[in-house]
Design a protein around this ligand. Sequence first.
Ligand SMILES: [Zn+2]
Length: 286
Amino acid sequence: MLFVPGTLDPAWGQAARAPKQASAPACDRAEFRLIVDVGHTAESPGATSSRGFMEYDFNLRLAKEIEQKLLEAGFAKTMLLVTEGKGLKGLFKRVLVANRTEADLFLSIHHDSVPSYFMEKWEYEGQELKFSDRFKGHSIFISNNNSDVKASLAFGSLLGKQLKARGLQYTPHYTEAFMKNRRRQLVDADAGVYRYDQLIVLRATRMPAVLLEAGSIINRDEELLLGKPEHRALITAAVSDAVEAYCAARRPLNPHLIARSQRSNPTKSIFRPAAAAQPAKPGAKQ
Ligand SMILES: [Zn+2]
């Protein structure tokens, strides 16, 4: 497992002890601790794209670009979480690290595929591969078993709205009966936020947590689109603006106290009432 940048606990401890100044900006970017989790591992790389590439590599590339964008925007404690190992072990490992670091927000980056019954065959560069052009678009997931559902939904909604403001559409197909056991409840129909209670990285993380499926790599056109830097720049800008808006709308409390109060009273949200939230405008100055 790798952390970028290095060891964080001591710096975070110091930050938590520093007194808040009355003139502090609504969002203290330098102190906000975001974990950008790279979905899957090199050993268990997730879905295979329509051209035979691994989801893990798409996740790693986009997560690195999101990390870079946030660092440039002044979110100096943004961390890229890369996990090693196979299967479930990797999931619990990343939850363990996230909880130990008491991050403010956990964002897991993934790319989508379809159930096997939608797959068709085609030949690409002499190789027989599977594809499905049936669905396209991103989707956002939260868990009602997370320690702070309200804050998770708040960030998920902010993210969905920022993606929408840049012309990106979420995929509505997760509500359909044909998705069978992958069918999900849409909890924010405007922003494209679904409920996926059982996801380990969403339910076991002791901080607001959101999973982004950035697009479908089993869709032949969308796979190409996700390969374009200008398309990924729209996604990274949306994430950055959503993090900024979320950070500004949180209750301005010492993050370590928040983490402690969350553990003693899991129903208490760190998120202020919706009326107090000021979503950042897309393209607003960072
Ligand atoms: Zn995935």
